[in-house]
Design a protein around this ligand. Structure first.
Ligand code: DX5
Ligand code: ZN
Length: 217
């Protein structure tokens, strides 16, 4: 069963709680929470206080995608604010292994992410240490962009590496995923699917149903 992780970056923040309740009602298990610092990516989104206030109200699995420089500085804060998985960019840290270990030391799942121009083999040294690899399918920073098809080849490469090692690692895709291309992402080897604008437009539950049907057949 592939997992859908809706990105709240595309939510209506006036109605965020209400929209999260809808996701719960349509049986979505994960929430993808994008944290941007205005340095690693041009935009700034939200951080610990928002996560902490959501954490008090929902049991959904918090899949936190850090798009911040030197994520090692904030592992404790995100762990304590209620993340279940903390995912950071390889390009943003020169202490990758230490950061993964720090995330685990708080009992959280750890993930590493690569941008479109970072080769798949960059994740290889860390495969045995992480729960998830996120292969970005757009340049990180904004919702609503178009998927870069070449990135799906990297998904397949990472899937192969993981299988060769017999690892249970999840492979996530993020950026430009919608009902018309989610099958391609799954076929390429992804099993955790992020979707922002494709979920938070018009009828949220209808969008979720359509995506799940395409993802899981
Ligand atoms: C982009 C973020 C994504 C974003 C995806 O940097 O990491 O999670 O919300 O949005 P869509 O699905 O609209 O491309
Ligand atoms: Zn994201």
């Amino acid at each position: 069963m592939n997992i859908l992780s809706p990105s709240i970056l595309s939510a209506d923040f006036w109605r965020l709680g209400e929209q999260i309740r809808l996701l719960e009602q349509c049986k979505v298990p994960y929430l993808h929470i994008d944290v941007m610092d205005g340095l690693f990516v041009p935009s700034i989104s939200y951080g610990m206080p928002v996560i902490a206030s959501l954490r008090k109200r929902t049991e959904l699995f918090f899949d936190v995608h850090l798009m911040i420089e030197r994520p090692e500085r904030y592992v404790k804060e995100f762990a304590e604010s209620g993340a279940d998985l903390i995912n950071f960019h390889l390009e943003a840290s020169d202490q990758v292994e230490e950061t993964i270990r720090a995330i685990r030391s708080y009992g959280k799942k750890a993930g590493i992410t690569i941008k479109p121009n970072t080769p798949a083999k960059a994740v290889e040294p860390y495969l045995g240490l992480v729960d998830m690899v996120l292969v970005m399918t757009v340049e990180p920073g904004f919702g609503g962009q178009k998927l870069i098809p070449e990135c799906l080849d990297k998904v397949t490469q990472v899937r192969r590496m993981v299988e060769e090692r017999g690892l249970p690692t999840d492979i996530q895709v993020d950026g430009g995923i919608a009902a018309d291309n989610v099958e391609l992402a799954v076929r390429a080897g992804a099993n955790v699917i992020v979707a922002g604008s494709a979920v938070f437009k018009n009828d949220i539950c209808a969008n979720v149903r359509e995506l799940l049907q395409k993802m899981n057949g």
